[in-house]
Write a protein that binds this ligand. Structure first.
Ligand code: ADP
Ligand code: MG
Length: 238
């Protein structure tokens, strides 16, 4: 399968403080790769650094074989990279439909945007039936779905999700993960950060364990679930 994201020796700092220490990873089309690790390990910084949102970084980032290291976030979005941050990012006082319109702000062809919104609403029935409702009045899980749906308006090849299940009721976690799997079946490459390790790995193809800003271990998701050290440190087993 095509390599969509290729990250080589990525380092990142906030001021004098080095956070990422030379991260290497790849995500292919139709693949979910999940990054796990303790709080403060640098998982969010990894996604932010890939999306060029940290003050300093070094290394190389390729998207679909093109060097995109120097592109800013807007250009990355236009080039096919999408990012959903850990903290809520819907516009609460706009409707679902208006939020989707905003997500497609780089699409200048109005007809194409309308078609994409129709298509995305088809993928997310929960949003379709309530497209006129204020986003801020939806549940946390529904807002998460809207955030994910909104990224699709740019037709991205890579979707990065920072803790999509955080703070959601178990039923909504399943619904969000179902959507993530649906995106994979459409051939998207997905790079996800998750604290809900077991569930996330169970839908993933591969996993990476991050410690102190470096990838400490990586492998097939099934192997990681079965790994004694991963089970002890991240699945709460003794
Ligand atoms: N904007 C920032 N300025 C300075 N330090 C930060 C900033 N964001 C995160 N950090 C620090 O970087 C480290 C990694 O944070 P983060 O990437 O959020 O970890 P994780 O997502 O794995 O919990 C933490 O020690 C955190 O305190
Ligand atoms: Mg984080």
């Amino acid at each position: 399968m095509t390599t969509v994201l290729y990250v080589q020796e990525l380092c990142a700092s906030y001021g004098a403080r080095r956070i990422l220490e030379g991260v290497n990873l790849q995500v292919r089309a139709g693949e979910i790769v999940t990054v796990i690790g303790h709080n403060g390990a640098g998982k969010s910084t990894l996604l932010r650094a890939i999306f060029n949102l940290v003050p300093w970084r070094s290394g190389k980032i390729e998207l679909l074989g093109h060097d995109v290291t120097r592109l800013n976030s807007d250009r990355l979005l236009g080039a096919g990279m999408a990012y959903v941050p850990q903290h809520r990012s819907v516009f609460p006082r706009l409707t679902i439909e208006e939020n989707l319109q905003m997500g497609g702000y780089l699409v200048s062809d109005r007809q194409l945007l309308a078609e994409r919104i129709e298509r995305v609403l088809g993928l997310f029935p929960i949003l379709k039936s309530r497209s006129g409702q204020m986003a801020g009045s939806m549940s946390g899980g529904e807002q998460r779905m809207l955030e994910i749906a909104r990224t699709l308006l740019q037709d991205p090849q890579l979707i990065m999700l920072d803790e999509p299940s955080i703070g959601l009721a178990p039923r909504m976690v399943d619904a969000v993960f179902d959507n993530v799997q649906l995106l994979r079946s459409e051939g998207k490459a997905i790079l996800m950060v998750e604290q809900n390790v077991k569930k996330a790995l169970s839908i993933s193809d591969r996993g990476c364990v991050m410690e102190l800003g470096a990838i400490h271990m990586q492998g097939q998701a099934g192997e990681l679930i079965g790994n004694e050290q991963v089970a002890r440190l991240y699945l709460g087993k003794r």
